[in-house]
Design a protein around this ligand. Structure first.
Ligand code: EPU
Length: 278
C-alpha cells in the first residue's frame, strides 16, 4: 500500500481492486459480503496510514477514470468520487466559478474529502456540497441532500459506512481575476506554512480552539525523529517521511507527541489521519 498512500508507507493488502464501473463496484462489494471479507474504500490515500503488516481484506480503489469525471452545468459541478479535489478546483476556475478556492492544495479525492469533511483556509468541503450519491453496503444507490448527512469538523460519521459515488458542489459566478488571485494567495500561504515532503497532511485534529500544530511547536517537538519519520520544521502537525520511514516509525512518533501534549498541556490529541491494517 506504500504505492497508494501519500505517506509512502504500508504493507500489502490481500487484494487490491480498481473497479471500472459502478456495476463492477456492486459486484466487488457483494463478493466481499458473501465471503465475509473486510473491505476498505481507497480514495487517493492522502489521509491514510496503513500499518506495515498491510490490510487483511480487500482494498477497493476508486481511482479509475470511470469514477474521476467532472461535469459543469451552470454553477454546479457534478464530480465522481474518484475525481481529485485539485481537478475540481481547476474546473471551477476554468468556468469562473468562485467559492471553491479554499480547496486549493488539498490532496485527495472527492469521496475521501467528503468522508472526512476536508477543509482549509477556514472552509470545509461540505459548505459547498448540495447533494451526495452513495452506495450502501447492500449495493443500493441513494442520493441525499448534504445537510442530511450531518457533517462535522473533519468528519462525516454517516459516510463511514457508505461508499460515496459522486457529489454535486456549487460555486457562484465570479471574476476570473479575483479567483486566480485567491488561488495564488492560498497556494502561497500553504507553501510557506506546510512541508512539501511526503506526508498525510495534519496528523491530529485541532483540539477545540487550539491549533495542534502550534501546541506541538510550542513544546519544541519540531524535528523530533523516529527512524525516517520527522515532525516537520514548517508545521508541527505534519509528520513527513524523510525517506525510508515505516508505519511503525510514524506511529511511535505520534505516541511521543501525544504523551508530551497530554503531560504538559493536559490535552488529548485526536487523530485526523485514518489508520488501518496490522
Ligand atoms: N502555528 C505555529 N506553529 C506551527 C503551526 C502553526 O505557531 O508549527 C500557528 C500559526 O502561525 C497560526 C496558527 O498556529 O497562527 C494556525 O496555523 P495554520 O494556519 O497552519 O492552521 P492549522 O489550524 O494548524 C488548519 C488545518 C489544515 C489547513 C490549515 C490552513 C486542521 C487540523 N488543520 O491547520 O488542514 O490546511 O488550517 O487553513 O484543521 C489537514 O486537515 O490535513 C490540514 C493540513
Amino acid at each position: 500500500m506504500a504505492r497508494h498512500t501519500t505517506l509512502r508507507v504500508g504493507g500489502p493488502a490481500d487484494l487490491y481492486v480498481e473497479p471500472a464501473s459502478e456495476a463492477d463496484l456492486v459486484e466487488v462489494v457483494a463478493f466481499c459480503r458473501e465471503q465475509a471479507l473486510p473491505f476498505f474504500i481507497l480514495g487517493r490515500g492522502s489521509n491514510l496510514l496503513v500499518k506495515d503488516g498491510g490490510f487483511r481484506g480487500v482494498v477497493i480503489s476508486l481511482a479509475h477514470a470511470h469514477f474521476s469525471w467532472i461535469t459543469v452545468e451552470g454553477e454546479r459541478l457534478n464530480c465522481g468520487a474518484g475525481a481529485r479535489v485539485k481537478m475540481v478546483v481547476a474546473a471551477a476556475r476554468q468556468h469562473s466559478l468562485a467559492g471553491l478556492e479554499f480547496l486549493e492544495g488539498i490532496p485527495g479525492s472527492i469521496g475521501g474529502a467528503l468522508r472526512m469533511n476536508a477543509g482549509a483556509m477556514g472552509g470545509a468541503i461540505f459548505d459547498r456540497v448540495e447533494t451526495v450519491r452513495f452506495m450502501s453496503p447492500d449495493g443500493q444507490v441513494h442520493e441525499r441532500v448534504a445537510q442530511e448527512l450531518e457533517p462535522r469538523y473533519r468528519r462525516c460519521p454517516f459516510l463511514q459506512t457508505q461508499i460515496v459515488l459522486s457529489a454535486v458542489l456549487r460555486g457562484h459566478a465570479g471574476s476570473s481575476e479575483a479567483i486566480r488571485q485567491r488561488l495564488n494567495e492560498y497556494s502561497e500561504k500553504r507553501r510557506q506554512s506546510q512541508p512539501a515532503a511526503p506526508s498525510a497532511g495534519c496528523i491530529f485534529k485541532n483540539p477545540g480552539t487550539h491549533s495542534a500544530g502550534q501546541l506541538i511547536d510550542e513544546l519544541g517537538l519540531k524535528g523530533t525523529r523516529v527512524g525516517g519519520a520527522v515532525v516537520a520544521a514548517k508545521h508541527g502537525n505534519f509528520i513527513v517521511n524523510s525517506g525510508g520511514a515505516t508505519a511503525h516509525d510514524i506511529l511511535a512518533l505520534i505516541e511521543i507527541i501525544r504523551r508530551r501534549v497530554q503531560a504538559e498541556r493536559a490535552i488529548e490529541l485526536e487523530m485526523e489521519v485514518e489508520v488501518i491494517g496490522e
